[in-house]
Design a protein around this ligand. Structure first.
Ligand SMILES: [Fe+2]
Length: 289
């Protein structure tokens, strides 16, 4: 193979960090480096966000919450009919441990920097991906499903907590890096050539732009793959299952949690009740800048 030998005093064109550019982004903190990853490819991985004991506890608690929800909903067959089987929904309303995980400091710092101070927790779902059974997350999707648009900053960020190690055998999650920047879903040949299998140790968190296409892989192992998906949204994207109503006022007096859990943007059933709530919960200063 022909190559040019680089002698001393000559330009080192072989430098791995070399680039013919006049401008380059230089992150000044861990958060900025993560934001760069999310903006460019769509996701960033935070490792060691759970201790091994917390991982074990999480699996047990998801099982127990799902068993509760099965009892309330008429059993597994009923949930299968509605396409909602194997998801334990709104975990923190059953077990406070999950509030501490929904408010992981690194995740919250990323969201604040990317979306501003005004965001809510839209959902916190425990996924039980059972061996050889596909669920509604198996097809490629955006977490803001059916939205074909882009925005100058994220409308929503997702945080997928890896509770069972993501391996080739248990299917893990497939990502389509950069797809948050394009309106339409790409061709099958593009997807095939550019999809990336996300392998990650138990206890990691994958923070991603909710508009990046992804899907869950086939679990060909003999064990359940546990994960928890969080979606954090601009408050105009309202919770489909109201956390404030499920919580019945719990944590509403905490200034951060009040906004975070959605107490400040609850749907009201009438004009009168909407006005009453605005007076009771005055959170805007009616002055114009
Ligand atoms: Fe998803």
């Amino acid at each position: 193979m022909a190559y040019q030998q680089i002698k001393k005093n000559e330009q080192d064109f072989a430098s791995v960090t070399g680039a013919w550019v006049n401008e380059q982004f230089s992150p000044t903190s861990d958060i900025e480096a993560r934001i760069e990853e999310i903006q460019r490819r769509g996701y960033s991985i935070i490792e060691n966000a759970y201790t091994p004991e917390e991982v074990a506890y999480t699996k047990k608690s998801i099982d127990s919450i799902y068993a509760d929800q099965l009892r309330q909903s008429g059993g597994q067959k009923e949930l299968e009919k509605s396409g909602d089987a194997n998801i334990a929904r709104q975990l923190l309303t059953y077990d406070e441990f999950f509030l501490s995980k929904a408010t992981n400091q690194t995740v919250i710092d990323i969201i604040r920097r990317m979306m501003g101070d005004y965001f809510i927790l839209y959902q916190q779902n425990g996924n039980l991906n059972r061996p050889h059974i596909s669920n509604t997350t198996a097809p490629w999707h955006r977490d803001l499903t059916f939205w074909h648009m882009t925005s100058s900053r994220p409308l929503a960020l997702s945080a997928l907590h890896v509770i069972s190690e993501f391996t080739k055998d248990n299917g893990a999650v497939l990502m389509l890096p950069g797809s948050q920047k394009e309106e339409t879903f790409p061709s099958n040949s593009y997807v095939e050539a550019n999809k990336k299998l996300l392998l990650a140790p138990a206890g990691s968190i994958c923070v991603f732009d909710s508009m990046m296409f992804h899907c869950s892989g086939d679990n060909t192992s003999d064990k359940i793959r546990y994960s928890i998906n969080h979606m954090y949204t601009m408050p105009l994207i309202t919770q489909q299952i109201s956390l404030p109503r499920m919580l019945g006022g719990k944590w509403q007096d905490d200034p951060f949690l009040r906004g975070f859990l959605g107490y400040n943007c609850m749907q009201q059933p009438s004009v009168q009740e909407w006005r009453f709530e605005k007076v009771k919960n005055a959170r805007k200063q009616l002055t114009v800048k």
